[in-house]
Design a binder for this molecule. Structure first.
Ligand SMILES: [Zn+2]
Length: 141
């Protein structure tokens, strides 16, 4: 499936980090596509200390029809490309104030049937939000 088949709508937000109390510029939006269910997301490019990091929260409706389930991902630029991993909710700027749905721990996200869709939607978000794309690929405009 091609990336361009995903439709990404988002808006900028201005939030206060739940970890360090500093303000940061974030985004919130929706990824829709014909294949898997729509996903709401939060995205941030923020540094509590040290270098900025991309953190995402992605919410899919639960497969049983219960409230949406939310995973949190850290996206890193590495020498060889981009790496993503699940993190705990409290490791994000929104922490447990995330209102998208039921928060998964890192272990729950790894064990979730939605594990692969979470990574695919994360790929789409960092590809389509220009400031995140530029952060990950600064020499590749
Ligand atoms: Zn912070």
């Amino acid at each position: 499936m091609k990336m361009r088949e995903f439709i990404v709508d988002y808006q900028a937000t201005y939030e206060t980090c739940s970890r360090c109390g500093k303000a940061y510029a974030g985004s919130q939006g929706l990824v829709s596509n014909p294949e898997i269910t729509d996903a709401k997301f939060l995205a941030s490019l923020h540094a509590c200390v040290g270098n900025p990091e991309i953190l995402l929260a992605i919410a899919f409706d639960d497969l049983t029809g219960a409230s949406p389930v939310v995973s949190n991902l850290l996206v890193l630029r590495t020498g060889s490309g981009v790496q993503m991993c699940f993190v705990e909710p409290e490791e994000t700027p929104w922490g447990d104030k995330n209102t998208l749905g039921k928060l998964l721990t890192r272990q729950e996200a790894l064990a979730s049937p939605l594990k692969e869709p979470y990574f695919r939607i994360a790929d789409v978000i960092v590809d389509r939000l220009p400031h995140l794309h530029f952060f990950l690929h600064p020499y590749n405009l």
